[in-house]
Design a protein. Structure first.
Length: 448
């Protein structure tokens, strides 16, 4: 570890790794500091994919999409609370981010769909492996190739400034250290595992479990606030509807399972919601069941479309029945009713008309190919939409909406893009789109 770098990047998730690679490719010498002993943050847990519109991958699949649709669906999904400057930049730069990844041997050649979207624009690897682990593993190959220094177990504790301008960071390893730099990228993620911030902004969620890694404690928000940054949308916390939490660990069961065709049933074995409505609405529908949670129901064909299910099964989260009746017995719901539910759903797929709940997506395949499977799920804290205020250049803003010189932020630490509900597939996209932007804007800042 040296005592000076062109840019200090705090956090080793998708946003941190991407901004480091971009900065390096522009000729800068970055360092990445990670406080945990594990690299990759919450990004490694992401399962669905990366949303982008007008990509070459979509055209390969004969899907004609538009920035406008991507913008509008995200805006509606976010309760029209999204920061429109950020949303415009985001929706218009996803395709470039897909190209950039492809140029770095990161190929997201398959497509799926998530809740609240009307078009297949969630890009994922053709191996159908969960996106997060794949992305971090592949980005780390470039970090290694470029020999970009990356240190774990170093926690940044202060941002140093002179006349309001970044001059360095203070950090803690086994001792306190100081690094001088003219630019810092906050890529510290959110506060889904930060009980103090949750208590301050959303005490009603304190009794829920979280899908987040333990380091997601909102450090970046606190660091930035101490030097005058504005925080926005702090009370907007996403609760993910489908999390398996009957074991000590809370396992997020990604939206792709529904996107590929799974349904949700209640304890009576009946559907109760459009499974691909937004996370906010599906969560509310499950909450309204009165605390029982619900079951995801799918068959062998759907299972084969989502690699992560092998892992869920391996750790004992999946119930199996050779036929629907047997599955009903396994999960303790009335088998007549569950059989009728599956029968009705298959008819809806056949006619492409769900008269009960108006579902219109994830209806490519029915549930008829045994064995049949169920996963018990319930909502858990998942993502914090709020964070530090930035402009589309990823420059952090103070309470007067003035740029804090030398301070940039990308990824979950930044607030505003998602409004009151993040669409699945938009967080990975955010880390790559704004991670690249941060690397570029740091270069411009240091050069000017
Ligand atoms: P994003 O998806 O926005 O890239 P992630 O959650 O994937 O965010 O990654 C953020 C990373 O930042 C995590 O690995 C987290 O442990 C790390 N981090 C958080 N606070 C600090 C800190 N104070 N110092 C160093 N690293 C930090």
């Amino acid at each position: 570890l040296k005592n000076h770098y062109d840019v200090v990047i705090i956090g080793s998730g998708g946003a941190g790794l991407t901004s480091a690679i971009q900065a390096y490719e522009l000729g800068l010498s970055p360092v990445i500091l990670e406080k945990m002993d594990k690299i990759g943050g919450n990004t490694t847990r992401a399962s669905s994919g990366m949303n982008a519109a007008e990509t070459f991958v979509q055209l390969n699949h004969k899907i004609v999409d538009s920035f406008e649709d991507f913008y509008n669906e995200t805006f509606i999904g976010g309760g029209k609370m999204n920061n429109q400057e950020l949303l415009k930049f985001f929706t218009e730069h996803g395709a470039l981010a897909i190209d950039w990844l492809a140029q770095h041997d990161i190929k997201l050649d398959d497509l799926t769909i998530t809740g609240g979207m009307k078009t297949m624009r969630t890009h994922r690897p053709s191996s159908l492996a969960p996106i997060g682990g794949y992305l971090v593993t592949e980005l780390l190959k470039y970090i290694a190739k470029y020999q970009i220094p990356l240190f774990d177990n170093i926690k940044v504790t202060d941002l140093l400034t002179d006349k309001g301008q970044i001059t360095g960071v203070k950090a803690l390893t086994d001792q306190e250290i100081m690094i001088t730099t003219d630019a810092v990228v906050l890529a510290t993620g959110g506060f889904g595992a930060g009980k103090d911030l949750l208590a301050e902004y959303r005490s009603d969620l304190l009794n829920l479990r979280t899908t987040n890694q333990p380091g997601a404690t909102g450090d970046g928000l606190k660091l930035a606030k101490k030097i005058g940054a504005k925080l926005v949308d702090m009370d907007q916390v996403q609760v993910h509807p489908t999390v398996q939490q009957d074991t000590p660990h809370a396992f997020l069961i990604g939206e792709a399972v529904r996107g590929e065709g799974a349904i949700l049933v209640n304890n009576d074995g009946k559907r109760f919601v459009n499974e691909l409505d937004t996370r906010k609405n599906v969560t509310k529908a499950i909450d309204d069941l009165g605390g029982t949670g619900a079951y995801l129901i799918f068959d062998r064909d759907i299972r084969s479309r989502v690699k992560a299910i092998e892992f869920y099964d391996h750790v004992g989260l999946v119930k199996t029945g050779q036929n629907v009746e047997e599955l009903a017995q396994e999960i303790g719901v009335d088998s007549q009713i569950l059989q009728q539910t599956v029968y009705d759903w298959n008819a809806a797929v056949e006619t492409q008309k769900d008269s009960k709940f108006n579902r219109t997506t994830g209806m490519e395949r029915n549930i008829s190919d045994g064995p049949f499977y169920a996963i018990h799920i319930a909502p858990a804290v998942h993502y914090t939409m709020g964070g530090v205020a930035i402009n589309h250049k990823t420059q952090v803003l103070n309470e007067d909406n003035q740029v804090i010189k030398g301070l940039f932020a990308a990824g979950e630490v930044a607030g505003g893009l998602h409004g009151n509900n993040r669409i699945g597939g938009n967080s990975i996209a955010e880390t790559v789109v704004f991670g690249r932007q941060a690397g570029q804007q740091v270069y411009k800042y240091l050069k000017d």
